[in-house]
Design a protein around this ligand. Sequence first.
Ligand SMILES: [Mn+2]
Length: 214
Amino acid sequence: MARTIIIGDVHGCWRELQILLRKVRPAPEDLLISVGDLICKGPDTRGVLDWAMRCRNLQCVLGNHEYRFLKHWKKGLTPDEKLYDLEAAHQMGRKYETYMRFIDTWPTLLMYRDLVVVHAGFDPRTPLLEQPTSELVNIRRIGKGETPWYERYRGSRLAVFGHWVLRKPVLRGNAIGLDTGCVYGGSLTALILPERRLVSVRARRAYRRKESWV
Ligand SMILES: [Mn+2]
């Protein structure tokens, strides 16, 4: 039976992604999904994007880093405020236009009968299709109590997301968070459906320093 394989935040960690793919062994009929943030911070944004462009059964949703790059690209610019943006743009090199045109085709969320995939999350108090992109790629907490958005989510569709870097994946009945901080020296995690099996690969090293781990 075909599987759905959802990959957490890669952030240019091409080596770890290759090892993860070797472990998961996607078949041509499997559906691969990236939760976004394939780019930035890590050593090889180019390698990751080249793979994404050749992978015929891959769907990506937009991450906050891709969203920032697209916003600049549409104004004829390249983001240059952060060092990791300059590095990622440098890694993209002459293929910057090609990569941006590719990323510009990514949706902000993917919705299936019993699954929704989004980079950061959504506000469960608002209809899913009415949420602004800035929210879908950035949200973490909602309300006065600063509750994680997924603790308020009562939907029956399994919501799979990344963005929120945690030592261990978030595992709830209806929400699974996959950002285990590979670029910070954590691990790269994939979720295999329908069996809900997690596969992880340890980072070869910390490419970025993270102030604190939750
Ligand atoms: Mn992110």
